[in-house]
Ligand binder design. Structure first.
Ligand code: DHE
Length: 501
């Protein structure tokens, strides 16, 4: 259950009023539905189908036992925007909400092929808009900056750091927008299932479709022809034709016993011409090659659920972990089996991992959502060669092949306004930036040539700060509304080792 923190004060007041009103009322009479409406619906949706937060329905909560659900409501959940309710709700109320979210909904939500088809719109058919961009810029050095504060995005010139255009997006985008291989189009995913295709050259949306009620992310095939979307509700993977976002195939995520699973995320594996999906409720990874006539799923068994994962640059290995496990698993995608366990403490955020060359070998580094540390792993032996102590748990890491630094934020806790620069040769923190005291500093992305690093000040009255990547001096500051992430066309379309794919 995720609730925006800024609403908490209001919720506390409402809770106190509710508590006062319910004084003397027996615990059996606690109205769980009303409690849900007051405290949970803003983020999880009035019908429990999810909004900023995930859907809270029995089929989406199979891994969440009652006691764990109670703990999450009481104490909040690490690495999400779910706050603690222990000072707002009493034990009886928390238990009552837990029962409610585990109960069958009055109306079972559904989103089937006909709903997808009805939502589909093509605003500009392929080939009807000019091929010449409406602006002058290095088209490979553009950035899309997602601004969560008012559900917008800014197209930014990566040489001049001047905004080219600002556009309204769907509500609550999540994950990185993905580019077509030539960088002309960008595909956005919203948490409530909308996929939008935007023509950067013409500054126009060209097609949209709603594929699900609650969605995770989207991946684009190497040839740019397909988009695969991972969903929580319904529990599907939806393949789209990128030309116009028309659905090509819906994969129901079911095992041989007929049980269904949410999809944690889907990624593109360019050298394998396939999409790879991690499942949240089965101990399986699914690979779907798109270069064969039949779109057949290859199911790879794994030792534990994979909530979060990462690939080596060759896409031969997948490194995954469940949120509750301290161990990472290395899966050999050719052999289709686990080959190694990695000893990772806390809650590694593998999805934010990056790789670089260190003393003649490739290492990967991952921040940690629970502990103040970055783990550096030798990708030949899969041993952790260093744990770099940081000023608190971090969310995102970034580097560039031309930069001597790897950046990691301190997203959680009292030091959220810090950003560490790690020297990639010594594996030591050599500088710690504090751009605006008290304001969250997060998510670096480099320019195409690695000469500048762009940082987010993750607040509604936030900013994008441009640093000289050599001197680490500030070059420019642009006001922005909670700029969550920024995505460079060249780095993304070339699957650069220092960024997310
Ligand atoms: Fe994310 C990417 C999962 C919470 C901001 N996040 C991703 C991806 C996954 C993921 C699987 C990779 C998708 C991609 O780019 O294709 N995120 C999760 C969670 O499971 C988690 C912990 C719980 C949840 O609510 O889903 C979670 N994420 C958050 C947030 O609370 C953040 C900070 C704010 C928000 O937007 O809701 C957040 N996630 C991001 C961002 C990226 C992301 C900015 C893209 C990073 C990148 O640089 O590629």
């Amino acid at each position: 259950m995720i609730v925006k923190v800024r609403r908490c004060v209001l919720n506390v007041v409402i809770s106190l009023v509710l508590s006062a009103l319910s004084f003397g009322v027996s615990s059996e009479q606690t109205d769980s539905k009303a409690l849900y409406k007051t405290h949970c619906s803003e983020c999880h949706g009035a019908t429990r189908t999810g909004m900023m937060g995930p859907a809270l329905l029995p089929e989406n909560l199979s891994r969440l036992r009652k006691n764990k659900a109670i703990t999450v409501i009481k104490n909040g959940r690490t690495a999400t925007q779910m706050p603690a309710f222990k000072d707002i709700l009493n034990d009886q109320e928390i238990s009552s909400i837990t029962e409610y979210i585990k109960s069958k909904p009055e109306v079972q939500p559904s989103w089937v092929k006909s709903d997808i088809d009805k939502s589909h719109s093509v605003y500009h058919a392929n080939g009807t808009l000019p091929d010449k961009p409406k602006f002058e810029a290095d088209l490979q050095n553009l950035f899309i900056v997602v601004e969560l504060g008012d559900h917008s995005a800014t197209l930014l010139n990566g040489d001049t750091f001047e905004p080219i255009h600002r556009l309204k997006t769907r509500f609550a985008l999540h994950g990185g927008p993905k580019y077509s291989p030539d960088g002309r189009y960008v595909y956005f995913t919203s948490r409530d299932g909308w996929i939008s295709k935007y023509d950067i050259y013409n500054l126009e949306f060209v097609a949209e479709v709603r594929v699900a009620i609650n969605t995770r992310n989207l991946a684009i095939s190497k040839d740019g022809k397909y988009a695969m979307v991972a969903n929580y509700l319904p529990q599907t993977l939806v393949l789209l034709d990128t030309e116009n976002l028309k659905p090509v195939k819906i994969f129901d995520v079911k095992n041989d016993n007929g049980e269904t699973s949410r999809v944690a995320a889907v990624y593109t594996a360019p050298p394998r011409n396939s999409f790879i999906a991690a499942l949240k409720d089965f101990k399986e990874v699914w690979e779907i090659p798109y270069d064969q006539a039949e779109l057949k799923v290859r199911k790879i068994p794994v030792d534990d659920y994979l909530d979060d994962f990462f690939f080596d640059q060759s896409y031969k290995h997948l490194i995954g972990a469940s949120r509750d496990s301290k161990d990472g698993q290395v899966i050999d995608l050719e052999l289709g089996k686990k080959i190694k366990t990695i000893d990772l403490a806390g809650m590694p955020h593998l999805g934010s991992g990056i790789t670089w060359e260190y003393k003649g070998k490739t290492v990967m580094a991952t921040p940690n959502l629970k502990d103040g540390q970055v783990s550096v792993i030798d990708m030949t032996t899969w041993e952790v060669i260093k744990r770099i102590e940081t000023k608190g748990p971090g969310f995102f890491m970034r580097s560039h092949k031309n930069s001597k630094y790897a950046f990691v934020d301190v997203f959680f806790g009292p030091n959220k306004d810090l950003m560490h620069a790690i020297d990639k040769e010594t594996l030591e923190i050599v500088e710690t930036l504090k751009p605006i005291p008290g304001k969250t500093a997060a998510h670096i992305e480099f320019t195409k040539d690695g000469s500048h690093a762009l940082m987010s000040i993750w607040e509604n009255d936030g900013a994008l700060i441009v640093y000289d990547a050599k001197t680490l001096k500030e070059v420019k500051r642009l006001p922005m509304k909670k700029p969550s992430g920024k995505y460079n066309v060249h780095n993304k379309t070339n699957y650069a080792s220092g960024t997310s794919h």
